[in-house]
Design a protein around this ligand. Sequence first.
Ligand code: COA
Length: 440
Amino acid sequence: MFALPTDQPVLSRPGRPSAPSVSTVEVRNVTDAEIPQWTRTWASAYLQPLVEGTADFMRETIAHDRVIGAFDLGQCVGTYRSSAQELTVPGGGFLPASAVSKVSVAGTHRRRGLLSRMLGMDLRGALERGEPVAVLDAAEYPIYGRFGFGPATSMAWFEIDVHRAGLDPRRTTDTGGVETVSADEYRKLAPEAYERFRLDQAGALRRDAMWWREATGQRVRPGTTWTEPFYAVRRTPDTGEVDGLLCFTAEETWASMVPRSPLYIRDLIALSPAAERALLRYAVTVDWVDTVHLPYRAPDTLAPLWLDDPRAARLTTLSDYMWLRILDVPRTLAARTYGVEGTLVLEVRDADGYAAGTWLLHGGPEGASCVRTTQPSDLRLDVGDLARLYLGDEAATRLAAVGCVEEVHGGALRRADLMFRTGRRSWSPRAAVRSAAGPA
Ligand SMILES: CC(C)(COP(=O)(O)OP(=O)(O)OC[C@H]1O[C@@H](n2cnc3c(N)ncnc32)[C@H](O)[C@@H]1OP(=O)(O)O)[C@@H](O)C(=O)NCCC(=O)NCCS
């Protein structure tokens, strides 16, 4: 049995300021009539303009989700939402996941445990709904570790200097199967191609119909402006099936009669290395473009290698991206495959109880099993560090070097690296549609 946390505010942790009004605050599901004030609280915390129509837009956004609010004497002072997602894990398995977003607490009520209460309520709900993990895109690194989340995938941003890339548009005639398409054609082709892509991409999440409407300008949040992008797809030479998607904007810019336009890639999804090569080289050879901005890529993206001079792709950001909270250890660990056949006994600490215990993992390239055990442990670690290992994006030896994983039994670290690490890194393609960076 899991030791489930209660719904009580945690007031006893050191450093927490006294919270005179916390007892008046109720944390519960939000009614439809409360969506306008819930939206106002969220918008102010996320520094978003609150204009006419924002609440209706939000009502549609969260229509199928679990929507929680904190209310102080009827006034909304905290917001939280989670939706049903599906996470692809190494080996092509899937885990139902609770995707957390719209997390905010009014400035007047911060640091009184309201996030803790809203998150606690939803994580208990996730387990009841049969979701063994929760995922989110953290606004700030220090927020979620204390709740048992760990950064499970990372992302890299590049700026490509097209003049150094060695791909001269005047001499690049092979389009590699890339076709420009209209927004309507893209809307028809992209969702299906992405669906095929994410089934095989560890770290990827589903994109629903609303995602595609927002990504293609059919749904624009009031108070924000939409810049119509350019769309392209790539088809495989043999079957003609779409195996790549590209969406970008560009700003026409000139300096002393020389074109210096930046091109911003919003989305680049490739189902094969050939498709990635074709789409990237297409973007890098658009006339009048000086710099290609390529955000939200896998940390081991092939992008630089498709350029004649890989140094033309300057890494501008390397950061954590998707955070993972493991709630059900046996189900989560058994869902993926492992690099080599092996056994590990993991002693997991979890202050909130969900994942706490000692777990026997048998895993290999064909599948895995995981059960509670009384055997002596091989490795000792916090649940957030297990999340860092889970998708193969982090090495146990690295975490041990900084004191986050303890090797109890010699050889276990090396075995963990061989088992958990993946050939290509896991990757979570961009989740939020419009914001340049920041949480969903
Ligand atoms: C982040 C936010 C929701 C936290 O809400 P809160 O109700 O103040 O959080 P809690 O009181 O439950 O805090 C729980 C713990 O997290 C810590 N914490 C909260 N926000 C933190 C932050 N931004 N950085 C570091 N630690 C933070 C608290 O200090 C507390 O630690 P403690 O238990 O050791 O005292 C709130 O500050 C906020 O709305 N920020 C702006 C919007 C935002 O960033 N949302 C997150 C989107 S992913």
